[in-house]
Design a binder for this molecule. Structure first.
Ligand code: UDP
Length: 237
């Protein structure tokens, strides 16, 4: 069904909730298994990873850091996360390239679209780091942008313990319903907080679907690839 997919993993999902360390080793292992299963189905895999487990630009003013600097710090956090995943994946035998939107040559490759395509064709996993390389954006937007540039078939948004897109926050509203399928237009009209507006604007005119799913169950993504209707599918129409 799919040839090339992009998986968006928030930085927060990597955090160890008990120790408050930036990484939970079990989560990293779960992500590895998830990616490995996708590769076994001969599907090319790209990842965009966030940085919220280490730093988010929005807290910068509270520590006296100016907003643009804070956002660059956030982007650096995403590079650290990408390197952590790359290191683990390669230890397990999955060849992985980190491509950064900010030049940081000692650690990773610069993002070059044509080179990224080559990596994928050679069955390497590509992790896009540093968002889009500009402050005042988020990694949701970089997931949307890279998915479009790289002609991904679908973006898989792995959520932490949340099954998909709900009509209201399920933690606050017991009557919240889980949408099985919803359009980009409805996401905008109902003001649902799934991805930021810039990301939605980039995707709404494209043929790229977004599948929001609970990443805590690592089998979910593979079950979706095997045609099970899990989570929420966001489409153009
Ligand atoms: N960021 C940015 N430009 C981008 C992507 C990210 O400035 O293109 C910064 C921003 O400060 C953001 C931080 O990097 O708060 C981490 O990214 P994000 O909040 O999207 O991570 P997540 O919430 O997915 O962990």
């Amino acid at each position: 069904m799919y040839k090339r997919i992009l998986i968006k993993i928030s930085g927060e999902a990597l955090e160890d909730k008990d120790t408050h360390l930036p990484y939970n080793p079990q989560t990293i292992d779960n992500i590895y298994h998830m990616v490995d299963e996708v590769l076994k189905r001969d599907i090319e895999v790209m990842l965009v990873v966030g940085g919220g487990n280490i730093f988010r630009g929005r807290i910068s003013s509270s520590i006296g850091v100016d907003p643009a600097t804070g956002d660059y710090m956030g982007m650096l956090a995403t590079i650290m996360n990408a390197m952590a995943l790359q290191s683990y994946f390669e230890k397990k035998g999955i060849v992985t390239r980190v491509m950064s939107a900010l030049p940081i040559d000692a650690c990773c490759e610069p993002y070059l679209r044509r080179k990224a395509i080559r990596h994928l064709e050679r069955k390497r996993v590509v992790i896009f780091a540093a968002g889009i390389g500009s402050p005042f954006f988020t990694t949701d937007t970089s997931a949307a942008l890279r998915a479009k540039e790289m002609s991904a078939d679908c973006i898989f948004m792995g959520k932490n313990g949340v099954e998909g897109v709900y009509s209201a926050d399920p933690k606050e509203d017991k009557n919240a319903i889980l949408y099985k399928k919803i359009t980009y237009e409805d996401i905008i009209n109902k003001n649902l907080k799934v991805m930021d507006q810039t990301a939605i604007s980039l995707l709404r005119e494209s043929d790229i679907d977004v599948r929001v799913f609970n990443m805590n169950d690592t089998n979910n993504l593979v079950r979706i690839l095997d045609n099970e209707d899990i989570g929420t599918l966001i489409t153009k129409e």
